[in-house]
Write a protein that binds this ligand. Structure first.
Ligand code: ADP
Ligand code: MG
Length: 580
């Protein structure tokens, strides 16, 4: 409890004023509620002393007035306190999203999309229920109980004591059941995550599933998960279902005790009829809080579990963060890139092993090599999507760990190996990240990326809606859209990770010619498996097993007669075969 309070306190403190108002309404409601039975007792006792009609009238008026005032307080208590929980839910959701966009790649490798979605929906909801009804009813219950018991004890402490005898049993039942309910609920939340992930993966991969005719097997697996979900929910329902009757049984027992002990004390003249009646009314008043307590315990348990799950994400700090005192990057950058004995390890793979190389300002360099040799990893170091485990990557002589990643990335055009398009129009996709782009600039970027002939064929030109992840475009069109996006940023350093792999050689040549024009005096880093793409680069690096195996110009590498010369020969033969 204390830990979750520490997490939530900053949020709660933002609503201090409303919390005070809500607490005042809650206290008012309780004071009025407790005075009702007192009024009844006083009225009944004065009636037994001697009947007068005016007393009945006053009694009625008083009861109506008190009840109305209590109702008004109750209304405001709910509106204000539940309102706060909605506000905090809003804040938490914003914080969660704000945090998610900051987290580095390793986080998204650890969490599945469905898990994250479950946190943003189910868990957030559970936290809100804990903060709203949970906090409100538990405070309300405690205040009601304290007030009612104080009043009752001042009238007849012995009877109060008898009445409270089953209370420890209630607490015990709530604790025992609560713990079980909590465990089962956690399991259900985990399962829900699994189901969300599964649905998300199936929707994203729907084309693969159809192509491999896996619909039935996916359905079966989904059904199994769903069955398990039902089973676990039933388990929870069973125990929750036991909880309520147990509670009601204990409440009945309490009533029995009051009737028995109270009746005895009434007969022996130790309390008045009015007071006996008052005890019964108080008992009735305490039933709801006792039931609410059971419900609230569930809410708080669930909320707590969810809060820690949320906190797990919120406290995951981005592994690539701006340093506390970032160094200013020159703007614009000159664009010299240097790798100094760089090593990168993923959990199981030593992907980059001691790469040292430098790329002068304005040069075009290319990396070639087998898949899995570490090319993409090397490129990701430049916009600081990754940090090296040892060694350093420098831009214009500044170690990238000393600068703010966003300031760096603003000056880099990065086209990753796997392009991503948003479900928006083509123009919006190209202008992503450059809010002020004019239509003319978008057109020019698209033209340079060789996209113009394709756009002319689209029904709505640049305003064509692209399906989610660009599902309506061909691979080559997607890649060129991504290139146009990178060009539009007017980058000082352009990085293309195999970004022309799905483009035919003719178009590729045209795109490269366009690029070399606008990238004149700027740095371009290419990865490709095609000699035709890289042959005009100022310098070519052959990467093998995470290290530089060969380097030089096209001509120099050919004379080395190594991997590059082989690759060249093979592709030349292929070309000749195709020409036949
Ligand atoms: P290339 O781009 O040359 O194909 P990569 O840089 O993508 O090579 O990968 C280099 C090695 O690192 C490969 O063995 C690959 O399996 C591994 N690798 C790449 N990315 C990750 C990752 N996010 N987590 C773990 N291993 C990775
Ligand atoms: Mg790669």
């Amino acid at each position: 409890m204390r830990r979750s309070l520490r997490i939530l306190l900053p949020y709660l403190l933002r609503y201090k004023r409303n919390l005070t108002l809500g607490a005042a309404a809650l206290l008012g409601r309780n004071l009025l509620a407790v005075s009702l039975p007192l009024l009844i007792a006083a009225a009944v006792d004065s009636l037994t002393a001697g009947f007068r009609f005016s007393i009945v009238l006053w009694l009625c008026a008083g009861l109506v007035g008190l009840s109305a005032a209590k109702g008004i307080c109750q209304y405001w208590m709910r509106v204000i306190l539940i309102g706060i929980s909605r506000d905090i839910e809003y804040d938490l959701r914003n914080d969660l999203f704000g945090h998610l966009v900051k987290l580095s790649q390793d986080f998204f490798a650890r969490y599945r999309t469905g898990d994250i979605m479950a946190r943003a929906t189910n868990d957030l909801n559970a936290v809100r229920m804990m903060l709203g009804p949970g906090l409100m009813y538990s405070t309300d219950t405690i205040v009601t109980a304290v007030l009612a018991i104080t009043v009752m004890a001042s009238v007849d402490w012995l009877l109060t004591l008898v009445m409270l005898l089953p209370a420890p049993l209630v607490t015990l039942a709530v604790m025992v059941f609560g713990r079980r309910i909590h465990r089962r609920f956690e399991r259900i939340q985990e399962l829900f995550s699994d189901i969300s992930s599964r649905v998300q993966e199936n929707i994203s991969g729907v084309r693969i599933i159809r192509a491999y005719v896996q619909e039935q097997s996916e359905l079966q697996q989904f059904e199994m998960l769903n069955q398990d979900y039902i089973r676990q929910n039933l388990r929870l329902a069973k125990i929750s279902g036991l909880f309520m009757p147990a509670l009601h049984g204990l409440i009945g027992l309490t009533f029995l005790l009051v009737l028995w002990a109270g009746g005895y004390r009434l007969l022996t003249g130790q309390i008045t009829i009015g007071n006996f009646l008052m005890f019964n009314v108080f008992m009735g008043m305490l039933i709801w809080p006792m039931i609410a307590l059971g419900w609230v315990v569930n809410l708080v348990q669930r909320g707590n579990a969810s809060l820690f799950r949320l906190h797990g994400v919120l406290s995951d700090s981005p592994s690539i963060a701006p340093p506390s005192a970032p160094r200013e990057l020159p703007e614009p950058l000159a664009g010299a890139v240097e790798f100094r004995n760089v090593h990168v390890r993923y959990s199981a793979v030593h992907a980059v092993r001691g790469v040292t190389l430098s790329i002068p300002v304005g040069a075009t360099v290319a990396f070639v090599g087998h898949t899995g040799s570490g090319k993409s990893t090397l490129l990701q170091l430049v916009p600081r999507m990754l940090d090296p485990d040892s060694g350093a990557v420098l831009v214009d002589g500044i170690d990238l760990r000393e600068v703010s990643p966003s300031a760096l990335r603003r000056q880099i055009g990065f086209v990753p190996q796997e392009t991503f398009l948003f479900s928006a129009t083509l123009a919006e996709n190209i202008a992503f990240g450059v809010k002020s782009a004019s239509e003319e600039e978008i057109r020019r970027a698209a033209d340079l990326a060789g996209l113009t002939p394709d756009v002319e064929g689209f029904p709505a030109g640049f305003q064509t809606m692209i399906g989610e992840r660009g599902i309506t475009l061909s691979g080559g069109q997607k890649q060129r859209t991504a290139i146009a996006r990178a060009i539009l940023r007017d980058p000082r350093i352009l990085i293309l990770d195999d970004a022309l792999s799905s483009v035919d050689t003719l178009t590729e040549e045209r795109v490269l010619r366009g690029l070399s024009e606008i990238m004149r005096g700027r740095t371009t880093i290419l990865v490709s498996h095609r000699v035709s793409t890289v042959r005009h680069a100022d310098r070519i690096f052959v990467i093998e097993n995470g290290a530089v195996a060969e380097e030089g110009t096209h001509a120099e590498l050919l004379s080395l007669k190594g991997y590059y010369a082989d690759l060249h020969l093979k592709q030349q033969l292929e070309e000749e075969l195709q020409a036949i």
